[in-house]
Design a protein. Structure first.
Length: 447
């Protein structure tokens, strides 16, 4: 599979007729990283966001190339990044790329355009300065306008905000500035018959080169050390390592947006999941910023506890869980348990202080009144129970067996100490204390 990020430069129908590929919307930050995790044959970047969303980061392109995935760029954002990263092995195609690489063009706004949304097919609403330059330069070369007039027109275009750039606006300003009316009329006539988009031509050339096999897709990136910096780890945390498919429209694969929509449609679930996800992000960030490193044994303990809690004790059940939860086996699973170990370490480190915020968390979640009511009622009932009659004191083993099998409705756990700590108790004795109070509070002991 070849993934191509495409927008206003070329319509998907035309692109598909040239190259059979997976066509994705204009690239923004995080997109190359997500796609690269699916190990495509190659990634090609034509269009990308500049202003309305964070632009694709150089480091995620380097990460893709460090994993042997060729990355190609042309026309717009692709040309910019290819010129900047050619030294590291990114492949650049076309005239726009060459001009940026050679220093003829320098500013990002040269390729920026205003365009519509996906529903409009990313309809272009302004003209790119690189296209304006190319057309006016050709008109001058053909004697339609003088070189001096061409320079003045391009200077007018350069001074405009990229969303306001169009031939019509440039011509109107030129007329106000007493540029030769006859030359402007000649240029209008020439543009009506001969206007072209260099960005479009470069995109077509790139797709044809890939389709025709005339471009060697290098899988061997040029030697460079990819550093796992703090910023890169933050980036991975922000854009996630979840094995959710990023797929083209029409595919039956689920996107992250699809999944989030399902959660958003359940307001209570959304708030709970969002808060937990935010805390997970902050915990992972704190751990990785700390520079600490957990031992392999700690990760294995976390993995074992996770499997026991969900009854994933056999290899077959674990693999089935991975399939159901869109986690690749074994790499994705290893990453998941590694992050779980990080979160567990931060949770334990901050446990004492976090308890002071429990009340406010219960207030915010709306659970406090019910928790207060139940705690008060339990204290009153237990006081009355032990004051009014002789109660048989059951052993910890009996109480915990009841707690797991009857109260929780799950198989009794043999590794009670591990469960106790994971559940937030100091140890299994502390768990037995709380379970005993619940045991005597249960309906079978009500007066």
């Amino acid at each position: 599979m070849i993934a191509v990020f495409l927008g206003p430069t070329l319509d998907v129908a035309t692109a598909t007729s040239i190259l059979d590929a997976t066509y994705l919307p204009p690239v923004s930050q995080g997109d190359v990283y997500r796609v690269a995790r699916k190990r495509p044959e190659a990634i090609a970047i034509v269009d990308g966001y500049f202003e309305s969303a964070p632009s694709v980061w150089h480091k995620e392109i380097l990460w893709a190339m460090s994993h042997g995935i060729p990355v190609i760029g042309c026309s717009s954002m692709g040309a910019l990044r290819a010129a900047e990263l050619e030294l590291y092995g990114m492949i650049g195609v076309g005239s726009v790329f060459a001009d940026f690489r050679d220093g003829i063009l320098e500013d990002d706004d040269e390729v920026a355009v205003w365009h519509g949304d996906a529903a409009s097919g990313y309809r272009q609403l302004s003209d790119a300065l690189v296209d304006i330059r190319a057309c006016i330069a050709r008109a001058a070369a053909e004697g339609v306008v003088h070189e001096e007039t061409a320079e003045r027109l391009i200077a007018i275009g350069k001074a405009l905000y990229f969303k306001d750039r169009s031939y019509a606006t440039i011509m109107a300003i030129a007329a106000e500035r007493n540029v030769s009316p006859s030359q402007l009329a000649a240029l209008r006539s020439w543009l009506n018959a001969h206007a072209f988009s260099q960005k479009h031509l470069d995109a077509v050339a790139m797709l044809r080169a890939i389709a025709g096999g005339t471009m060697t897709l290098r899988s061997d990136h040029r030697e460079f050390n990819f550093e796992n910096t703090v910023m890169w780890n933050d980036f991975r945390l922000f854009y996630g390592d979840a094995d959710i498919e990023l797929s083209p429209d029409g595919s039956d694969a689920v996107t992250l947006d699809d999944l989030v929509d399902e959660v958003r449609l359940r307001p209570g679930l959304y708030r709970r999941v969002y808060d937990d996800a935010l805390l997970r992000l902050l915990a992972l960030r704190e751990y990785r910023h700390s520079g600490e490193r957990h031992e392999v044994q700690h990760v294995q303990e976390i993995a074992d506890a996770f499997r026991r809690e969900r009854n994933l004790l056999s290899e077959a059940s674990l693999r089935a869980w991975c399939t159901e939860n869109e986690v690749s086996y074994p790499d994705g699973l290893r990453n998941f348990f590694d992050d779980e170990a990080c979160v567990a370490r931060v949770r334990r480190k901050n446990e004492a202080n976090a308890w002071y915020h429990i009340v406010d968390r219960l207030r915010a979640g709306g659970e406090l009144p019910e928790m207060l009511r139940r705690a008060r009622d339990k204290r009153i009932r237990l006081t009355r129970l032990f004051a009014s009659q002789e109660v048989a004191i059951e052993s910890d083993d009996t109480v915990l067996r009841w707690y797991f099998t009857t109260h929780l409705g799950r198989p009794e756990l043999l590794d009670r100490p591990t469960y106790a700590v994971e559940a937030g108790f100091k140890d299994d004795t502390d768990l037995a204390r709380a379970a005993r109070r619940e045991y005597y509070y249960s309906p079978m002991h009500r007066l």
